[in-house]
Design a protein. Structure first.
Length: 91
C-alpha cells in the first residue's frame, strides 16, 4: 500500500497561470529542492480547476466544492478554465 502524507509542511497561495508552473517551495527552508515540485491543492472558493498533473496530464475538475482538498499531484493551475479561487498549494 502506498504511503500518503496527510500533513503539509509548506503552503503558498496559487496565482493561476496559463504558461508557468506553481513555484516549487516544497522543501524545508534552507534545504535543496529534491521533489518533483508537485503539490496538492486546497480550494477556498469552489468552482472548476484546470490543472496539469505531475504525470503531465491536463484536466479540468468541475464543481470542486469550496473548503475542500484536491488530492492530485499538481504542477500547474491554469488561469483559463479555472473559476475556483483562494487556492493554496501544499507540499
Amino acid at each position: 500500500m502506498a504511503y500518503q502524507k496527510l500533513q503539509a509542511h509548506r503552503a503558498v497561495e496559487v496565482t493561476p497561470n496559463d504558461s508557468a508552473n506553481i513555484p516549487n517551495v516544497g522543501s524545508q527552508a534552507g534545504e535543496p529542492v529534491t521533489s518533483s515540485g508537485a503539490c496538492v491543492l486546497y480550494v477556498g472558493t469552489g468552482g472548476s480547476i484546470k490543472v496539469t498533473t505531475a504525470g503531465g496530464d491536463t484536466v479540468t475538475f468541475n464543481n470542486v466544492p469550496g473548503g475542500s482538498f484536491l488530492p492530485v499531484q499538481v504542477v500547474r493551475v491554469f488561469y483559463t478554465g479555472t473559476t475556483a479561487a483562494s487556492i493554496i498549494a501544499m507540499w
